[in-house]
Design a protein around this ligand. Structure first.
Ligand SMILES: Cc1cc2nc3c(=O)[nH]c(=O)nc-3n(C[C@H](O)[C@H](O)[C@H](O)COP(=O)(O)OP(=O)(O)OC[C@H]3O[C@@H](n4cnc5c(N)ncnc54)[C@H](O)[C@@H]3O)c2cc1C
Length: 541
């Protein structure tokens, strides 16, 4: 074997890729190579939780994509951050630990087999987890992924929970327990006041294994196919093109934007799209890049009269200085916060089977993903619709492998989606009007008191709604004509090629997507090992 040949090559060291790399390399006789386009994750902003504000627009560790103009959002191009470093998006995300609703997975299992049911995946979620609350029927202890309670929540995060209860939403102390509905505090992927990304969790566990090679600043530009078999990848490193060969498999873990993009660049995808860009067709697969789904998010903001929030104000400077020292010496204080400390899941109708809306409460003003500074003290309540019916796609801007892909989410292209988001805005307003906010709410700044009718709220949504960062579905799992991978995540019609990341979700789960992606990476590796004859890793409940 030359040093450029491995049993498994994993493209993308993000949430899924790190989990897959750790699982595969646990088998001593497997050689594994993990390729990551971004740098090592050594920025202090990654590890200090509130540093996320500095990462959101940082092209060093973030792809900083922009969508095409969105027809239903006044032609706006939306900013789409995605992690570009070891840990991927789990190194720049808001650390909320959520699995989604059990029934979302049971829906996947109908088409794809019981290994995707919630009861099967729950075992994997638990095996990954090291929950500060200890092990239970819903939680794991001793796994590589540290899951913690928020150390010192802002008092306004408590006010939000109280207000939610006052408007009739039940309290929930564990969104990943028996019931998802309710308001409460999120648990976070942190350990002792530091971010616990997928790289920390899984590459940390695999550190020092001689059979795992990690290349950073290495961008895969093409999957190399020979007679409908993936035999390696072409990589761009420091301006040089290099070929890495895979004896067993190439596993794409580049995320919902980049994995379909790489398939398209490799000639796997819709015939017309490839021919338009002069890419020779290797294998026609019409679903590549299609079925894009995301959580569109709307905010209601109020001024904070109590000045307990994280503010952009001279009077905040003493708290900021104390906070800095507290973080440096004890890893506590507001710099250890993921900002989105409390939130919830809300049913719009008593008869709803699962919550339709998710809430993220932030004790600060937040505009344009935090890229636009807002003076003063304030609170932001995010509301997103959990199961949108609108579908978009990922395509090509050009055949240049280093060009950004084309992103067209088609938000609100299905009329039902706007209705639920309008209800969400009304709910957020009721929460801010509840007694718990009486001495806090100093008046709504967004959408603004003048925005009252449903038509006005919709117009405001069109001008202000943004992604809450959960694109999925662009290499969907299934057996129909638009499916890209089968129930074992193997690309239809191609040997030795799997996709394992957010892109394989056939439908968007009701919640944040980091923990589910780690489980998808794990499942892919277990499936690959089962095919290699390693027994006992893949058990359906
Ligand atoms: C700002 C933000 C906040 C979020 N907040 C939360 C949250 O609080 N909780 C939560 O659960 N989820 C959150 N999410 C979503 C969640 O983090 C992602 O859904 C999840 O991390 C996606 O995992 P993935 O494995 O599919 O892709 P990623 O984790 O994005 O990993 C893909 C990796 O592949 C690399 N890559 C891509 N193309 C190539 C290539 N050609 N060659 C080599 N490497 C490549 C990328 O650089 C990246 O490192 C957030 C996301 C963002 C961006």
């Amino acid at each position: 074997m030359t040093e450029n040949t491995f049993d498994y090559i994993i493209v993308g060291g993000g949430s899924a890729g790190c989990a897959a790399a750790a699982r595969l390399s646990a088998e001593k006789d497997c050689t594994v190579c993990l390729i990551e386009a971004g740098p090592v994750d050594n920025s202090p902003l990654i590890h200090m939780p509130l540093g996320l504000i500095g990462l959101i627009g940082s092209p060093k560790v973030n792809w900083c994509f922009n969508t095409e103009p969105e027809a239903q959002l006044n032609g706006r191009r939306l900013f789409w951050p995605r992690g570009k470093t070891l840990g991927g998006s789990s190194s720049i995300n808001a650390m909320v630990y959520i699995r989604g609703h059990a029934k979302d997975y049971d829906d996947w299992a109908v088409q794809n087999g019981s290994q995707w049911s919630y009861s099967s995946l729950l075992k994997v979620f638990k095996e990954h987890e090291d929950n500060v609350r200890g092990g239970s029927s819903f939680h794991g202890k001793g796994g590589p992924l540290s899951v913690s309670d928020v150390l010192e929540p802002n008092p306004l995060a408590d006010a939000f929970v109280e207000a939610g209860k006052q408007v009739g939403i039940p309290e929930n102390r564990d969104f990943n327990g028996a019931v998802q509905e309710g308001v409460g505090f999120y648990q976070v992927t942190q350990k002792s006041g530091r971010r616990w990304s997928s790289a920390r969790a899984f590459l940390g566990m695999a550190e020092g294994r001689p059979n795992l090679t990690v290349f950073t600043a290495a961008r895969a530009t093409r999957v190399i196919l020979e007679a409908r078999r993936a035999v390696g990848i072409e990589v761009e490193r420091a301006g040089q093109r290099q070929v890495l060969r895979a004896k067993n498999e190439v596993i794409l873990c580049g995320g919902a934007v980049n994995s379909p993009h790489l398939l398209l660049l490799s000639g796997i995808g819709p015939r017309e799209m490839l021919s338009k860009h002069g890419i020779p067709l290797q294998h026609e697969l019409p679903g590549v890049g299609q079925n894009l789904q995301d959580h569109l998010d709307m905010t209601v903001m109020v001024r904070d009269r109590s000045k307990q929030s994280i503010g952009l104000a001279l009077s905040f400077i003493p708290r900021a200085v104390i906070g800095l020292f507290r973080y440096l010496f004890s890893r506590r204080g507001f710099l250890a916060s993921n900002v989105s400390e409390s939130g919830g899941f809300v049913k719009l109708h008593a008869s709803s089977e699962r919550p339709e809306l998710q809430l993220h409460f932030l004790p600060t003003f937040l505009k344009d993903h935090g890229r636009k500074l807002v003076a003063g003290y304030g609170c932001t309540l995010h509301v997103c619709q959990l199961r949108p019916k609108s579908r978009g796609f990922i395509g090509l801007q050009s055949a240049d492998p280093l060009a950004d892909p084309l992103i067209q989410p088609n938000y609100l292209s299905h009329p039902d989606d706007a209705k639920e988001l309008i209800e969400g805005v009304k709910l957020a307003r009721r929460i801010f009007a509840a007694p718990a906010f009486k001495n806090i709410n100093g008046g709504e700044t967004e959408p603004g008191a003048e925005v009252r009718s449903d038509a006005d709220i919709l117009a405001n949504i069109r001008s202000r709604a943004e992604t809450i960062y959960h694109p999925v579905g662009t290499c969907k799992m299934g057996g129909d004509a638009m499916a890209v991978v089968d129930s074992h995540l193997r690309v239809h019609g191609i040997q030795g090629l799997r996709v394992a990341d957010a892109s394989i979700m056939p439908t968007l789960i009701g919640g944040n997507t980091n923990a589910p992606c780690m489980v998808i990476g794990e499942q892919a590796a277990r499936m690959a090992l089962a095919e290699r004859g390693v027994a006992g890793l893949l058990k359906a409940a």
